[in-house]
Design a protein around this ligand. Structure first.
Ligand code: FES
Ligand code: FES
Length: 160
């Protein structure tokens, strides 16, 4: 990391792509993803570690990117919702959440998908309770959660 005035030149690796950026030390990762890299799939809701809308994966682990300094993500693998689909092929979680009717306003959806991705990665056969715990950091004000839980459950079956 090098200092140019109060900016730090860092390289962030997002969805396998290196992005050189010059950012202040105080910038949070969600803001940098959205405003500097144009990756607006990651949402900012509470900005206070409460809602999970900003969830991304850092070396495969879900984190609230609103509360994580972007400079600390240098040298780590960041995965955002934009990294789930392969070209025009949606990730099974994306297909299943749409099919189950688990997307209404959609604001929580990217964060839900990232938490669910991490959950299925560490536990390919989760119980309903384990799915609830895996998504417990993500709030949804629209769906009542049941359809989202169904989508994760259906994806787990599909991927096994
Ligand atoms: S915006 Fe990060 S937890 Fe709500
Ligand atoms: S679909 Fe609107 S907040 Fe979840």
């Amino acid at each position: 990391m090098s200092n140019t005035s109060n900016l730090n030149a860092v390289e962030l690796t997002v969805n396998g792509v290196p992005y050189p950026v010059a950012i202040e030390t105080s910038r949070n990762l969600s803001g940098v993803l959205r405003d500097e890299l144009g990756l607006t799939g990651t949402k900012e809701g509470c900005d206070d570690c409460e809602c999970g809308a900003c969830m991304v994966l850092l070396d495969g682990q879900p984190i609230n990117s609103c509360s994580y300094l972007a400079v600390q993500a240098q040298g780590r693998e960041i995965t955002t919702v934009e990294g789930l689909a392969e070209g025009d092929d949606l990730h099974p979680l994306q297909r299943n959440i749409l099919a189950a009717g688990g997307v209404q306003c959609g604001f929580c959806t990217p964060g839900m998908l990232m938490s669910a991705t991490a959950l299925l990665e560490r536990n390919p056969d989760p119980s309903q309770d384990e799915i609830k715990i895996g998504l417990s950091g993500n709030l949804c004000r629209c769906t009542g959660y049941a359809k989202i839980l169904d989508a994760v459950s259906n994806t787990a079956v599909e991927l096994r």
